[in-house]
Design a protein around this ligand. Structure first.
Ligand code: TEU
Ligand code: CA
Length: 571
């Protein structure tokens, strides 16, 4: 039987502090701006807010490079603002989850500034240092051939000590050495600091990277055109991961705290089931990357790639099945601050269909088994930035490093245009433009001055104010999804999941069953009409619970309109 728990029945809203709302006219979102919109957030019908990192940081990677885990980035606010945010959420019956980024720190963290100052520093082995390799020609080389996610080698040379330090991400994000018990104790102390302040849990950044193969061996050449290779098989899900997670899990259990682990480079749910098995007391759930990696090309995210609905069905079916049979739990998401807008990416942002497409994706995701995560703006049906934006309007280190690295390597104009084309589909920037609140000024009511990143020009029609009181809006549709999950909790939260008409290339249909309760969820991923026959063993009496058009019933053969979606409850 599936264990019941409050975090299985909760819906989560993710906030990116820089882009949510600017309260003090400096063009940057901040915590008081979030506090000013708590009724908007609570009105959506979510139960938990996850706030991306707001700690002290030089902002090389938008706060995922932390220089003080116990203080707040001054442009976002103060520790008092956090206390006020927690109180405001708790008063509305919502919980508050912070982002725990402990695979690495900023290079400006006190620990690292000490570590790099001398080999004798007590903090030296809080990080991962290795002697250089030397080529046949005597040239100095990094300790292995691993690449960083943000370009170049994953190793940075420190001439002062003639050693390299490891950074899987930016050079300003040195990896912590989790083999060192002092590092683990420091992380446990940070967890307790926030849990004691009333924080209800954590999203844990690349948490499956904390245990690495200590030999740090060269990776096989998977991409012959690249100088450096992915070392993921040696740093993802290493030998001591479950040991480290079980210690953190005990602390979380003490507070009945929420936990979701971000786990890139994981494709085998069985491996991860061990992490989220209910009785294992490690994490409540994990973010896997198989859906959001659809459309990535053979040489990485910004190389052309395609995806098909049958691939999506295979992935969803695998994770739904594993979590059902191993008493694990899914974190269900299509967007976050690292992903492009799902309407543009998995459906269509053409003006005449973007609204029904947004509702179709809400239906597709919203009735699966797991905890639903909605990213700021997804509830409004936001889409990618216009194709008219040049590279100069992009802001993200991942996008810009890649583009500039290719340009510096002499990529042709066609090659660079192709990269910009892929950025227009998949860059993290699409999730980071300011949330449009209204059409009160040219900054969509996000700020009174030019924001750190341009607003999307469609804000006049697509903004919160125009949706919150419109029963036909995407915002209202998401609220209905959450209301129905609560009203029919047994079938939508705890029911079984079965694909219906699994080989259909246009329609993603699935069934949820819990004892005598049964629901059929049908979503068309086509921007044209599609004729679809309800498989005969699914033709049963019942009623439409939710539709993104005006469907009133289903019989054997039906014509689905572009991106049509509905939920049918058998009675
Ligand atoms: O992301 C981890 C991660 O793997 C992403 O970099 C992902 O591979 C990439 O964004 C896909 O385009 C986490 C945070 O969510 C991300 O914002 C940080 O940049 C990264 O870790 C480093 O902390
Ligand atoms: Ca501000």
């Amino acid at each position: 039987p599936v264990h019941r728990a409050w975090w299985k029945e909760s819906n989560v809203y993710q906030i990116y502090p820089a882009s949510f709302k600017d309260s003090n006219g400096d063009g940057i979102g901040d915590i008081p701006g979030i506090i000013s919109e708590l009724d908007y957030i609570a009105g959506l019908g979510v139960d938990i807010v996850w706030l991306c990192p707001c700690y002290k940081s030089p902002q090389v990677d938008m706060g995922y490079d932390i220089s003080d885990y116990k203080d707040i980035y001054e442009k976002y606010g103060t520790l008092n603002d956090i206390d006020e945010l927690i109180a405001g959420l708790h008063k509305r019956g919502l919980k508050f989850v912070m982002d725990l980024v402990v695979n690495h720190t900023s290079d400006q963290h006190e620990w690292f500034k000490s570590a790099i100052s001398s080999k004798e520093s007590p903090y030296r082995d809080w990080y991962i240092w290795k002697k250089p390799n030397y080529g046949a020609d005597g040239s100095r080389q990094p300790p292995n051939n691993w690449k960083s996610y943000f370009g170049g080698s994953a190793w940075e040379y420190d001439a002062n000590s003639d050693e390299y330090y490891l950074h899987l991400f930016a050079t300003e994000q040195p990896d912590l050495n989790w083999e060192n018990p002092k590092v683990r104790d420091a992380v446990h102390d940070i967890m307790r600091f926030w849990l004691d302040k009333g924080v209800d849990g954590f999203r844990m950044d690349v948490i499956n990277f904390i245990s690495k193969d200590l030999a740090l061996p060269d990776a096989p050449i998977t991409n012959p055109n690249e100088e450096y290779q992915s070392g993921a098989m040696f740093y993802a899900c290493g030998p001591r991961l479950h040991e480290f997670l079980q210690v953190m899990g005990k602390i979380l259990k003490e507070y009945d705290a929420f936990s979701v682990g971000e786990m890139p480079e994981v494709y085998d749910p069985l491996e991860m089931i061990n992490t989220v098995g209910f009785e294992r007391n490690e994490l409540n759930m994990i973010f896997q990357f198989e859906i959001v990696n659809l459309g990535h090309g053979p040489t990485g995210k910004f190389s052309p790639g395609t995806w098909h609905l049958t691939q999506l069905k295979k992935i969803v079916n695998k994770w739904q099945a594993f979590m059902q049979t191993n008493d694990g739990w899914n974190a269900l998401y299509l967007e976050n601050h690292d992903q492009a807008r799902s309407v543009s990416r998995f459906a269509s942002d053409a003006p005449n269909v973007r609204k029904v497409a947004a509702k179709m994706l809400a239906t597709f995701l919203g009735f699966q088994s797991g905890t639903i995560f909605v990213y700021e703006g997804q509830e409004l049906g936001l889409v990618n930035v216009p194709k008219s934006w040049g590279v100069d309007k992009y802001r993200d280190i991942e996008s810009l490093n890649y583009y500039n690295e290719q340009a510096a390597a002499g990529a042709s104009k066609e090659a660079l245009d192709s990269i910009l084309c892929e950025m227009q589909k998949k860059a993290r920037d699409h999730a980071r433009y300011p949330v449009p609140w209204d059409d009160s000024n040219e900054y969509a009511g996000f700020s009174s001055v030019t924001p750190w990143m341009d607003v999307n020009e469609d804000y006049k029609e697509w903004n919160a104010k125009s949706q919150i009181n419109d029963a036909t809006s995407v915002y209202s549709f998401w609220r209905s999804v959450f209301d129905l999950r609560r009203e029919f909790k047994d079938v939508f939260v705890y029911g079984t999941f079965t694909l219906v008409d699994a080989f259909n290339e246009s329609v993603f249909a699935y069934k949820r069953v819990y004892e005598s309760s049964e629901a059929l969820i049908v979503t068309s991923f086509k921007d044209t009409e599609v004729t679809w026959t309800v498989p005969k063993d699914n033709v049963k009496p019942g009623k439409i619970l939710l539709t993104n058009y005006d469907r009133t019933g289903i019989d054997g053969e039906i014509v689905l309109k572009p991106f049509e979606a509905f939920v049918f409850l058998v009675e």
